[in-house]
Ligand binder design. Structure first.
Ligand code: GLU
Length: 387
């Protein structure tokens, strides 16, 4: 992992790469490279032994031109202001690629949750939710799970918000447990979209996924579920799984369900590693796993990279379905969620392919940004100016 690459600079570079191919003014483009606002807060929380600890926390609202800010909240010791800014920008372009009516946001707390009790994590989460309260809401900014957060944390955020506001508003946050207003299929959605993107990629490249060998880097909620579906639905063999703590390899295939869960982060593959990658096709389940230099090496080597902003967009797409269900107070079957998700990823994939072929773009990542930037810029320009 290449820790010295700043993910916010990577995001800006990706936007610049796409800008060459689109007709968007330099002024609008500048707007699309910077967050609208960032909350930075120090949460002072009492630990179980009565002492106080201060945690740095952030929420970046990158762009709201297409709808409310949308994106997860991560708990990780490596969280920084720039990382959160980058992740919030990726959410803008992700939501635009799959054409769901959201802008982008992201939050994070600099913490290793493993070091804290459940009661401490609840107090930390409620403290963060209290700071977020004036900024969030079903029509303003909608948090969701990300690295090291899940249904439990979302239920706490929802309860804190509803208690402070004296209302019921389940759509203030997505990724909740089913009994708290969550959606069927949300937990698996990110990994499912990675599998769907791989399925479409193999079809586009005229390759048969059955019997293909697959290596999975990062084995958290996204990678582990993707591995399971890639085996069960596409018939490929997952032969290697790796993350920051090590790797397992078995040439005849691993049982994807039996490998313990760990998580992938940004910059997992830098230019050096990219020179050694043996794969013909890369599908990104994590956010920002390739540095821009790695991307350039892989493009030169004719390795096809299907980018995060499509391949992990299932999470936010089913978050959107959850939010729609919350607003209507009418809940869908799992079958409907799976079917609608499939449609969004297939249409998103087709949009990338059209741009890639028609504009003769160098990569599918650039194609994704071309499609997404045009959508965001159109929404901005259509809304006219405001002082
Ligand atoms: N954290 C996920 C992502 O990076 C999901 C965000 C959401 O559901 O809003 O896409």
């Amino acid at each position: 992992m290449s820790g010295d690459v700043n993910p916010f600079e990577s995001l800006q570079e990706q936007i610049d790469d796409a800008a060459e191919y689109i007709d968007v003014g330099a002024d609008v483009l500048k707007r699309l490279k910077h967050p609208e606002r960032v909350l930075e807060t120090s949460l002072t929380v009492e630990l179980d032994d009565g002492s106080l600890e201060v945690f740095q926390a952030y929420r970046s609202q990158f762009n709201g031109d297409r709808g409310p800010y949308k994106g997860g909240v991560r708990y990780h010791p490596g969280v920084t202001r720039d990382e959160v800014k980058a992740l919030s920008g990726w959410m803008v372009y992700k939501c635009a690629v799959v054409d769901i009516p959201y802008g982008g946001g992201k939050g994070g707390i600099e913490i290793d949750p493993i070091d804290y009790s459940d009661a401490e994590l609840e107090r930390i989460t409620r403290s963060f939710a209290t700071e977020l309260r004036p900024l969030i809401g079903a029509d303003r900014d909608i948090p969701a799970p990300d690295v090291n957060t899940g249904q439990r944390e979302m239920n706490w955020i929802k309860d804190t918000y509803e208690t402070l506001e004296g209302t019921t508003e389940p759509g203030v946050v997505t990724g909740k447990a089913i009994d708290s207003g969550g959606s069927c299929g949300r937990v698996e959605a990110t990994g499912r979209s990675t599998m769907l993107t791989a399925r479409e990629a193999f079809d586009y490249l005229d390759k048969d996924p059955a019997g293909a060998t697959v290596a999975v880097q990062g084995y958290g909620n996204a990678g582990s579920v993707a591995a399971k579906f890639i085996e069960s639905e596409l018939g490929a063999d997952v032969v290697a799984v790796s993350d920051s703590s090590g790797a397992v390899y078995h040439p005849d295939g691993l049982d994807a369900r039996a490998v313990k869960q760990y998580t992938a982060l940004e910059n997992a593959i830098d230019a050096d590693l990219a020179r050694d990658v043996g794969a013909d096709v890369i599908v990104e389940a994590a956010n920002g796993p390739l540095t821009p230099d790695a991307d350039a090496v892989l493009t030169d080597r004719d390795v096809y990279v299907f980018p995060d902003v499509l391949a992990n967009a299932g999470g936010v797409t089913v978050s959107y379905f959850e939010w729609v269900q919350n607003r209507q107070r009418f809940y869908w079957t799992e079958e409907r969620v799976v079917e609608e998700l499939d449609r969004h990823i297939v249409e998103g994939f087709e949009g990338l392919v059209d741009a890639y072929e028609q504009k003769e773009l160098p990569s599918f990542r650039t194609a994704a940004y071309v499609v997404a930037i045009e959508r965001v810029a159109d929404a901005y320009e259509e809304s006219g100016s405001w002082p």
